[in-house]
Design a protein around this ligand. Structure first.
Ligand code: FAD
Length: 278
């Protein structure tokens, strides 16, 4: 039986014409999985922002539900207002609202400091038009002074009007289950969807994980290192580990899964098929 819940896929906007062509092929293939929606990331401070709009518009026109990410650091209210109006005109109904990170060299923080202010602004400007997703961190956001304070800040986003949350990726299921329990104790009742990062390349994953504060457990890290150039074995191991994680999450009541596809078809499709989501 197909597990119930919301199953979504994330892209980043392509930077080149060749990247855009490749993403079209990826979209065509991943659309056959029938995801609840595709989300598209947004670069804080400039470079990829037009790419987000172009990509979501193209997805929406191809009949898919598309959810742009929107980060507010470095932005003005007027700038965000215009982006929201454009999305409304394009028939977009869902937004992933984030603070984002200040790009190096950028000086102006802008008119928003934290994501809860963006959520409140979206609600005050557009009422209930958008379903708003926010980010959650079962292993704690890297800049938070403690897990407890981070949870308080998460709650502020919910109080400001978020409908659901997507987590940073993790490989330790207890961090997610504990986080969800703590949310319940704090009267946070929105769905918290686990973010899933397929494992296909150790160096890339290690670099990424260091930056975003996601932990690669030692037993996984040591095996990935041990595979060295044997990419086939590494991918088979990654598929096994991540599929088991997803299965466990769904068995323990996770309300769906959100896949960081890295604009690639195969890793997500394999996990998806193993889980019987199609
Ligand atoms: P916030 O919720 O504002 O939290 C940021 C930090 O500030 C936390 O440490 C929090 O504890 C603290 N904080 C919050 N409120 C307060 C307060 N009132 N006072 C003091 N401290 C406070 N980045 C992008 O640039 N583009 C993307 O498209 C993108 N997509 C993402 C999607 C997901 C699902 C996730 C999990 C992350 C994504 N990110 C993206 C990364 C994200 O922008 C960074 O993790 C960023 O550092 C925090 O964003 P946030 O929305 O979680 O911030």
């Amino acid at each position: 039986m197909k597990p119930s819940g919301e199953f979504s896929l994330e892209f980043f906007p392509p930077k080149t014409t060749a990247g855009a062509e490749k993403l079209r092929a990826t979209t065509k293939s991943l659309s056959t999985l029938n995801p609840s929606f595709f989300s598209v990331t947004f670069g804080a401070g400039g470079s990829t922002q037009d790419g987000t709009l172009e990509t979501v518009v193209e997805l929406q026109k191809s009949g898919q539900q598309a959810a742009p990410h929107l980060s507010c650091i470095g932005s003005t209210k007027e700038n965000i207002r215009q982006i929201l109006q454009t999305y409304q005109q394009e028939g977009i109904k869902r937004i992933v609202a984030l603070r984002g990170d200040m790009p190096s060299g950028m000086q102006e923080i802008g008119e928003f400091r934290y994501a809860n202010e963006l959520v409140a602004f979206i609600r005050s400007e557009t009422g209930d038009h958008f379903h708003i997703e926010v980010a959650a961190y079962p292993e704690t956001h890297p800049q938070a002074s403690s897990a407890q304070i981070d949870l308080t800040h998460f709650k502020q986003k919910v109080t400001a009007g978020a409908n659901s949350a997507i987590t940073q990726y993790f490989y330790n299921i207890d961090s997610y289950l504990y986080f969800v329990e703590e949310c319940k104790k704090s009267n946070i009742s929105i769905p918290i969807i686990p973010g899933i990062m397929p494992i296909t390349n150790y160096i890339q994953l290690a670099r990424f994980s260091d930056t975003c504060g996601a932990e690669i457990p030692r037993w996984i890290r040591q095996r990935l290192i041990g595979y060295g150039d044997d990419t086939e074995s590494l991918r088979a191991f990654g598929l096994d580990v991540v599929t088991r994680l997803c299965q466990n999450l769904l068995e323990q009541g996770a309300p769906g899964l959100h896949f960081y596809t890295m604009n690639r078809t195969q890793p997500t499709t394999e996990i998806w098929n193993h889980l019987g989501l199609t």
